[in-house]
Ligand binder design. Structure first.
Ligand SMILES: Cc1cc2nc3c(=O)[nH]c(=O)nc-3n(C[C@H](O)[C@H](O)[C@H](O)COP(=O)(O)OP(=O)(O)OC[C@H]3O[C@@H](n4cnc5c(N)ncnc54)[C@H](O)[C@@H]3O)c2cc1C
Length: 460
């Protein structure tokens, strides 16, 4: 429960959205003493899909938040990650998560069921004193002076079963409301950027499965597709993710009429025909009742609107190729909590933080986080193109991966060694740029972002 001497005691925070980002922020801020109320519109805290990879950049935060032992018990610690060519099945790069790795990155690599991670963060945030509510749709907010007025609807919770509406005042609103963020819509006129690739997911029990002994993460990468597999829940389950380019999407784009069901089961049936049996034979384990049309968001140069800030996927949804979207949302959470506590201490109001200068905190948060997230978003797009190459480019890519076998740390140091408390991107925003060798590379899909803060305000 709340410690009256904790640095953020006295300040009030509303969080919109109870995914991994929102729950992590509720935990990080209540651990520092803030009074946190989180509102999630769904009937329960839940995650769709199964596995999530957490690199050492996420591991170290989970360790600081005190939730690691429970997660390690529920998750799985792979010994390595291996890339294989999806056509020939030959290994092209093996990244060992051995002791040298753990020393170098100050953490381990973990895979965990999404719902286990979310449940753990929600329970830990509640134990730290946060109030987390489901069935609560945040309708809108208005910055009033040095605070925010938030309206929340609770469907069916009125005295006669009608909707109840609650007015909440807070010092700041953190909008972790996902890739389709209503809060983002209130000040930026843009849309998720479709990649034309779809993702199918699935899990099978490992008992009796030919990959039952798998103790690493394996990723087959090939022309226009890839296929990732790793164990979950102490090795009892095998997680599978199949991603491929949808011909229907690109044909529709050329004809000016993209069908809504691009990436459907008919496409899945032939998406891996050109791959080795080791890959194509596994596609039968994927769930076919649902698939995900993969999109990311165009990077922004501003995430703030008054005393509200968009964070997590709402601000910087990446393509999933660096397996970091959830970790980025956790980094945002840690960053807000750290910087707010530091400012309270520097202002001499630690423990009585009602007058905290949240405008300055949010400014500092976005100065640090925007360059960091922009680089991950851009690299994610580049990485996707690299994985899916065909022809001679595929052969050259494989040679590049093989050549990196003994010095691959240097390609991921920037990603996995990051710690928001270093404020490294505030002191050097150019860290957010792609490396100079990639300066000529351009992502070719939509670029359409307009600031609409001067237009009619939209209701979130
Ligand atoms: C195929 C795939 C694989 C991935 N693999 C990885 C991985 O290995 N590692 C990794 O780190 N990341 C991975 N990611 C990315 C990761 O899943 C996301 O980046 C992360 O879950 C985003 O969390 P979030 O809390 O920002 O948003 P979300 O999880 O989308 O949560 C937003 C929440 O806000 C709620 N909400 C929306 N509007 C309102 C409102 N008005 N009022 C109240 N609530 C509202 C929604 O109901 C939702 O619960 C992957 C993504 C995909 C698609």
């Amino acid at each position: 429960m709340h410690d009256e001497h904790a640095p953020l005691h006295g300040t009030t925070v509303v969080i919109s959205g109870g995914g991994i980002g929102g729950a992590a922020a509720a935990l990080a801020l209540s651990r520092k003493g803030a009074a946190v109320r989180l509102f999630e519109r769904a009937a329960e805290f839940a995650e769709v899909g199964a596995g999530l990879q957490i690199g050492p950049h996420g591991w170290r935060m989970l360790e600081r938040w005190g939730v690691l032992p429970e997660l390690v018990e529920k998750g799985f610690l792979p010994r390595y990650m291996q890339f294989l060519d999806a056509v020939t099945d030959s290994p092209i790069l093996t990244m060992d998560f051995d002791e040298a790795f753990q020393r170098h990155f100050g953490g381990r690599y973990m895979v965990i069921h999404r719902s286990d991670l979310l449940a753990c963060l929600v329970a830990a945030a509640e134990s730290a004193g946060a109030e987390l509510r489901t069935n609560s749709v945040v309708l809108g907010e208005e910055t009033v002076g040095r605070g925010v007025h938030v309206t929340v609807r609770h469907p069916g919770e009125g005295p006669a079963g009608e909707d109840a509406v609650e007015d909440v005042d807070a010092d700041v609103v953190l909008a972790f409301d996902g890739i389709h963020s209503p809060f983002r819509r209130a000040f930026v006129d843009d849309h998720p950027v479709p990649s034309g690739y779809v993702s199918y997911r699935g899990t099978v029990p490992t008992a009796g499965d030919p990959l039952g002994d798998l103790d690493g993460v394996i990723g087959h990468i090939g022309p226009h597709c890839h296929f990732i597999q790793y164990p979950l829940r102490g090795g009892d389950l095998l997680n599978q993710v199949g991603v491929f380019r949808s011909g229907r999407y690109f044909d529709g784009l050329a004809d000016g009429d993209v069908p809504t069901d691009w990436g459907n089961n008919e496409e899945l049936a032939h998406a891996y025909d050109h791959c080795s049996d080791a890959v194509s034979a596994r596609t039968g384990n994927l769930w076919t009742d649902r698939w995900w049309q993969m999109s990311d968001r165009e990077p922004l140069t501003n995430w703030k609107n008054g005393r509200t800030i968009i964070l997590g996927d709402a601000a910087h949804a990446p393509l999933q190729y660096l397996a970091s979207g959830a970790v980025m949302a956790m980094e945002d959470a840690e960053c807000v909590a750290e910087y707010a506590a530091d400012r309270a201490a520097a202002s001499g109001i630690a423990g009585d933080a009602a007058g905290l200068d949240w405008d300055a905190v949010l400014e500092e948060v976005q100065a640090e986080r925007i360059p960091r997230c922009t680089r991950i978003q851009a690299t994610g797009r580049f990485w996707g193109e690299l994985w899916h190459l065909g022809g001679t480019a595929r052969i050259a890519r494989n040679e590049l991966f093989r050549a990196a076998q003994d010095h691959w740390y240097r390609y991921v140091d920037w990603l996995w060694q990051y710690d928001p408390s270093d404020r490294s991107h505030i002191s050097d925003p150019s860290r957010g740029d792609l490396p100079a060798e990639l300066a000529d590379w351009h992502y070719t899909l939509v670029r359409d972002v307009r600031d609409v803060r001067d237009a009619e305000p939209a209701e979130v």
